[in-house]
Design a protein around this ligand. Sequence first.
Ligand code: ADP
Ligand code: GLC
Length: 486
Amino acid sequence: MSLGICWTSSEVAPFAKTGGLGDVSAALPRYLHRVGHDVRIFLPFYSSIDNRGLDIVEVDFLRHLELDIGLHRTSFSVFTTPLPDSGLPVYLIHCPALYERSGIYAGGDDDAVRFSFLSRASLLCCQHMSWSPDIFHCNDWHTALMPLYLKRAFSWDQLFQNSRTVLTIHNIAYQGIFPERICDQVGLGEDREFLYQDDLDAGILSFLKTGILYADVLTTVSPTHALELQTDAYGMGLQDLLRQRSDHLVGILNGVDYGEWNPATDRVLEHHYSPDDLSGKQRTKLAVTERLGLDTDPRLPLLGVISRLTAQKGFDLVIEPMRQALGAGRIQLVALGTGESRYESAFQGLQDAFPGRAVFHRGYSEELAHLIEAAADIFVMPSKFEPSGLNQMYSLKYGTVPIVRRTGGLADAVDLYNPATGEGTGFLFDHFSIDAFRRALAFALETYADPEAWKRLMHNGMSRDFSWDRQGALYVELYRRLAGHS
Ligand code: ADP
Ligand code: GLC
């Protein structure tokens, strides 16, 4: 039996993406639609959405709808467009007063209003569509108030009587914490008694915490992270609450959209390759190093980095060991990212110190991300915490052997290479320290020096399957249990 799934998120690729949330919010719904479910995505119509080449039309019966923001009645309309490579409808909430900003996130209290509006507008649209989804799937703090709205402001409507809510925690570092006075602006003025009282007493409202209290099921994006979240080291203050709800907390590793990320078919690559013929990888490495102004020395391992540059990603550990290895002429480096200036300067410093051996591209580039995945020999992801992570899985598919810290989805996706058996897919280290990373890098370089061992390692990784066909099926199973279909 087909399920109705209402998906709400602040990011959906290719319309709006700053990280993995955008990827997952496109790929998982795409899978669900492909296997026959009725999935509808709701996303703000950000003015930053590049609508060239998109077929976006206004929905006749979703024009000039109204919601209150505090004392102000605010009107919005809805446009729709199919998700690329899928027929599933994406509904874009058009409200220039809220979504005409330079980027996806505006920062500050503005975002509380912008994203609570997304949740409420999505529910209003479902009413106008006379649609009662089996599942409302909310993502991160942005849409975490939805379960409470369903229990309060929208509880009068029989339409949603059998609907169930899932809240996925992609990144607990962002909780959506605002001053308590925001309650009126986000439609919770009358519902203070349903909020976390200690927080209100302390003068705050946490969107994520409210979602954790009221969602029927909580998920996070890897089994290991589901355990980590319940510990003091990783719970970011919400561990007690998550422990209380541990019977309703499930970890499902993210999947990879192999339509996008496959070296045999990648739209960005000129030279394709597969496990049976890796020559395209060598050619890509040559072309990319040339293009980026690196010396072309095919024997030197090329290290790749593609990341948001935040403390989460662990780059504090790598700069010194990389500086030494670059200085000793043992590696080349290509890094792509943007974020905190201390990391941008650190990578820029490596480029300045080692021209021809290290290059840093400050910014965001889908094209370069694909080229780096294909050209690099080793991919570096030393994260302090990583709920799932996608790039380690892309890297495995591209024969780009990952060095990762053993945490969250990195621990679940990468197996430590064992030289005695030839098994394993990459290099892992446990302790969050420069030395631990240095040892992992040394192990990787030592292995790289043995071409046969390296080839085996690449093959091991390339044969792993992290497709959404597998991971998405786990969500369907979960939805069915929740909706009482099984
Ligand atoms: P997170 O969501 O924490 O950033 P993930 O590994 O889940 O981490 O997803 C990151 C996604 O964002 C990947 O698709 C990666 O390729 C992409 N990405 C991150 N930084 C950049 C960048 N500077 N340019 C292009 N793509 C990037
Ligand atoms: C988050 C996490 C990342 C995860 C992504 C998508 O931003 O940091 O590990 O892959 O969300 O779920």
